[in-house]
Design a protein around this ligand. Structure first.
Ligand code: SF4
Ligand code: SF4
Length: 359
C-alpha cells in the first residue's frame, strides 16, 4: 500500500512537471503568435474546425450538433489542416458536435502540431478517461475547454458538475495540457449561483475559468440582473489567468449594451464546418459558405475589411478576442459579398442570439 502511494505521488509529480513545461512552451508560442498577428494582417489567427457534427448529448439550446453524421475522414481532415497551415494559421481549435467521438482525433491533433499550429479542443468531456487523456497528451494537445451548464443535470443540459466532476479530477491528475472550464449566465439558466460554484471548483482543481452569457430567445441583448452581474464580475476575476481578462466586450454584454468593434471573421478568424466550407462563425453559418480549398487570399482580405451587421449584438467571445489584435487599424467599409451557394438562402442562416453552442 505504501509502495502504491509512493508510485502515485511520483506519477503526480511527473505530470505536474510535464504540465508546467508544456504551459511554458505554449505561452512562448502564443507570444510569437501575437507578434506575428501585430506585424501582418494577412493570415488567420484562430480557426475553429469541425471533424464530427454528431454529438452524444442533445442540449436543448444548441444548434451545433446532429445525431447521425459520420466523422470527416482523416485524410480529408489532414488536407484541410494543410490548407490552413499554408495560409499561415496560428491556432486551431477543434469543436463539434462532440470531437471525442471522432476515431482519429489524436492523429488530427498530431497533424496540427506537426504543421506548427497551436492545438485546442472543445469537448463536453463525457468520453474522457485516463487513456483518452494520455492519448491527448501524447498527441500534443495544448488547450482543452469544457462548458458546464449547471450543478445538477436538468431537462436542458446534462453537462453538469455532478456528471463531470470525476472527469475533471482525472484531468487534474493526468492532463499535461491547459484546461479551461466555461460556465454560463443569462436567460434560460435556472440558478446563476451555479456559475460561481462551477468556477470555484475549476480553480480548486488548478484550471482556468471563463463565463459565457446567453441571450433571450429574441436575440436581443438583455442586461443580466444585479446578482448575475456580481457573479459575472466574480467569475471574470477568478479567470484572471485566462485571456478572457482582455475581453471588455463581455462586460458590455453583461450590461446589455451594444458594442462597437470590428469583427474580422472570414479573415483573421475562420469557422470550417464538417463539409469543409468556410463560414463567418458558428452563429452565422451559411456565409460566405465557400469551400476551404477555393478560399483565396483575396477573399480573406476582403472579409477583413467587411463590416459585419451582427457585430453590435455579438456574444461570440473568441472572435472578439481575435478582433482586439487589429482593433487599432483598418476601419471596415465593405459590404458582405453576395451569397455564392444556391443551396443556402438568407433564411437558412443560423442567426445569433437564439441559440448557443459550446464555443
Ligand atoms: S452544446 Fe455541446 S454537448 Fe450540448 S448538444 Fe451542443 S455540441 Fe453537444
Ligand atoms: S456573430 Fe459575431 S463573430 Fe459571428 S460574424 Fe457576427 S459579429 Fe462576427
Amino acid at each position: 500500500m505504501a509502495e502504491e502511494t509512493k508510485v502515485a505521488g511520483a506519477t503526480a509529480k511527473k505530470t505536474r512537471l510535464r504540465r508546467r513545461l508544456r504551459f511554458l512552451r505554449t505561452r512562448a508560442r502564443e507570444l510569437k503568435m501575437i507578434g506575428k498577428a501585430l506585424v501582418s494582417t494577412k493570415h488567420p489567427i484562430l480557426v475553429h474546425i469541425i471533424p464530427m457534427r454528431q454529438c452524444n448529448l442533445a442540449c436543448t439550446y444548441c444548434n451545433e450538433f446532429d445525431d447521425f453524421s459520420k466523422p470527416v475522414p482523416l485524410e480529408e481532415m489532414k488536407k484541410r489542416l494543410d490548407a490552413l497551415a499554408d495560409m499561415g494559421t496560428s491556432i486551431i481549435t477543434i469543436s463539434g458536435g462532440e470531437p471525442l467521438m471522432h476515431p482519429d482525433l489524436d492523429e488530427v491533433i498530431r497533424h496540427m502540431r506537426r504543421r506548427g499550429m497551436i492545438a485546442g479542443l472543445i469537448t463536453n468531456g463525457f468520453y474522457l478517461n485516463k487513456e483518452r487523456i494520455e492519448g491527448l497528451n501524447e498527441a500534443g494537445l495544448e488547450h482543452l475547454q469544457i462548458s458546464i451548464d449547471n450543478v445538477v443535470p436538468d431537462e436542458v443540459s446534462k453537462k453538469s458538475l455532478k456528471t463531470l466532476d470525476g472527469r475533471l479530477v482525472m484531468l487534474s491528475q493526468y492532463a499535461v495540457f491547459q484546461v479551461n472550464i466555461n460556465s454560463v449566465l443569462g436567460s434560460g439558466v435556472k440558478d446563476p449561483e451555479d456559475a460561481l460554484k462551477i468556477a470555484h471548483r475549476a480553480v480548486e482543481l488548478g484550471f482556468t475559468s471563463t463565463v459565457g452569457i446567453i441571450h433571450d430567445n429574441n436575440g436581443q441583448l438583455k442586461p443580466l440582473g444585479p446578482r448575475e452581474q456580481e457573479i459575472f464580475e466574480e467569475v471574470m476575476a477568478l479567470g484572471k489567468r485566462s485571456y478572457s481578462r482582455f475581453n471588455e466586450f463581455q462586460h458590455n454584454v453583461a450590461r446589455g449594451r451594444e458594442h462597437n468593434w470590428r469583427c474580422r471573421s472570414g479573415s483573421r478568424y475562420l469557422y470550417i464546418c464538417e463539409d469543409g466550407l468556410v463560414h463567418w462563425c458558428s452563429q452565422q453559418r451559411g456565409y460566405p459558405g465557400i469551400p476551404l480549398a477555393q478560399y483565396t487570399p483575396e477573399m480573406r482580405h476582403r472579409e477583413y475589411s467587411t463590416k459585419k451587421f451582427c457585430a453590435p449584438r455579438c456574444t461570440v467571445s473568441c472572435v472578439q478576442q481575435v478582433g482586439i489584435l487589429d482593433k487599432w487599424r483598418d476601419p471596415q467599409n465593405l459590404k458582405p459579398m453576395p451569397m455564392t451557394s444556391p443551396a443556402t438562402s438568407q433564411a437558412e442562416l443560423v442567426q445569433i442570439g437564439q441559440v448557443r453552442g459550446d464555443s
